[in-house]
Design a protein around this ligand. Structure first.
Ligand code: PLP
Length: 401
């Protein structure tokens, strides 16, 4: 019994899980199938080929794993590293914190580079650590591309440049959970060794599939990496890839069909158009925040995220109340502030299968909530700023011209 159901649609604006588009829901509404029939391996083969396109890789090997982003992290780490290995990891918000916690619990020797929440990864510090590591004791650099807790996007091209400048062989492991398929992401060009995401973010699928892509260098590293791994062992997948049956265990048939439909939608729109749409959504949101007279948690423009905006509220307002109010009164789901920024920020997720007018519904809701909680917002101010920008920038829908 769905007792919380309200009239109309829930405006789901948390930064994942996100809305699932109707064609994807319909594609998943099907019976189980024998995964050992010829049909499922045939579909898997095309999925594995197509998924590489969203990572922008031709040389990577993808793994579709029944897990979440957290499991995808573990897959990346345990397949490439051994306990005691030194890794450099950036702490810039709740998700990088959780990944570091996992790295420590897996017994790696983690050198943490911490920044204020709202800032990006401290790359100067990375450069100085690499410069001092002539013996190449650092085995991997771990970085969250888009910190979902603060709305900060790190510059991966710059990280690669620093590694290359120092001719440092460390692996580059990247959490792309709230970036891949929404932000510019170039696995091959940026020399990323393992990139990963989760199905419930920009792919707009249900939660439950972790997608990990390994470079040839990462696969090579997996041959000597000594971390204990069983379910996540890439070797098991590769054995089944070779046999052409693809699955070392029972896959979720429904999720596979969902992924097929999700990728078809993305390719129909065009990946570059998807990325441009996210840029419009991010820009419109930031313009609205500015018009409300509120601050973006992200401290510099170069780190602004096009998938999530964390909005700082004045000290006399509890941001959790904004989220509660949105849910109770407007059927609007916003993201809470997490950990260090709990009560101080609320988050607007603008990723996945989402269009500009949907976003305007969310922004209108936020304005009313702000008024509800005693913030002196001028109703329509953020909407006007967002509309003025969007009206000039929304392209025609290619299939309808
Ligand atoms: N990494 C980032 C950047 C995230 O935003 C999240 C979840 O929101 C995770 C990792 C963890 O993913 P999951 O909750 O699917 O395990």
């Amino acid at each position: 019994m769905d007792y919380v159901y309200g009239p109309g649609r829930n405006h789901l604006f948390v930064p994942g899980p996100v809305n699932i588009p109707e064609p994807v829901i319909r594609a998943m509404n099907r019976n189980n199938e024998d995964y050992r029939s010829p049909a499922v391996p045939a579909m898997t083969k095309t999925l594995l080929e197509d998924i590489k396109k969203i990572f922008k890789t031709t040389t990577g090997t993808p793994f579709l794993i029944p897990t979440t982003g957290t499991g995808a992290w573990e897959s990346a780490l345990t397949n490439t590293l051994s306990p005691g290995d030194k890794i450099v990891s950036f702490l810039i918000g709740q998700f990088s914190l959780l990944w570091i916690d996992q790295q420590q619990r897996l017994k790696f020797n983690v050198d943490v580079i911490e920044s204020d929440w709202g800032q990006g990864a401290n790359l100067e510090m990375l450069a100085s650590k690499l410069a001092g590591d002539t013996a190449h004791t650092i085995k991997a650099i771990c970085i969250v591309h888009n910190e979902t807790a603060t709305g900060v996007t790190n510059n991966l091209a710059a990280v690669r440049k620093i590694l290359d400048y120092h001719s440092h062989p460390a692996l580059l492991l990247v959490d792309g959970v709230s970036s891949i398929c929404a932000l510019d992401f170039r696995m091959d060009e940026w020399g990323i060794d393992v990139a990963l995401t989760g199905s419930q973010k920009a792919l707009s699928l249900p939660t439950g599939m972790g997608i990990v892509c390994a470079s040839p260098k990462a696969l090579e590293a997996s041959k000597t990496a000594k971390s204990v791994r069983v379910f996540f062992d890439w070797n098991d997948y590769l054995k089944f890839y070779k046999m052409g049956t693809f699955w070392p265990y029972t896959p979720s048939i429904q999720l596979l069909y969902g992924l097929r439909a999700a990728l078809d939608l993305i390719f129909e729109e065009g990946l570059d158009n998807v990325i441009a749409r996210h840029n419009r959504l991010g820009t419109a949101t930031r313009l609205a925040v500015e018009a409300w007279g509120l601050k973006n948690c992200t401290q510099k423009e170069e780190w602004f995220s096009d998938t999530v905006t964390a909005v700082v509220v004045p000290p006399y307002i509890d941001s959790s109340e904004i989220v509660r109010r949105g849910w109770k009164r407007y059927n609007l789901s916003l993201g809470l502030g997490l950990n260090k920024v709990a009560g101080k920020v609320f988050r607007i997720g603008h990723l996945g299968n989402l269009n500009e007018l949907q976003l305007l519904g969310c922004l209108a809701g936020v304005e009313m909530i702000l008024k509800d909680v005693g913030y002196p917002v001028k109703l329509g101010s953020g909407m006007a700023a967002a509309c003025a920008y969007l009206q000039n920038n929304i392209p025609m829908i290619p299939s309808r011209i």
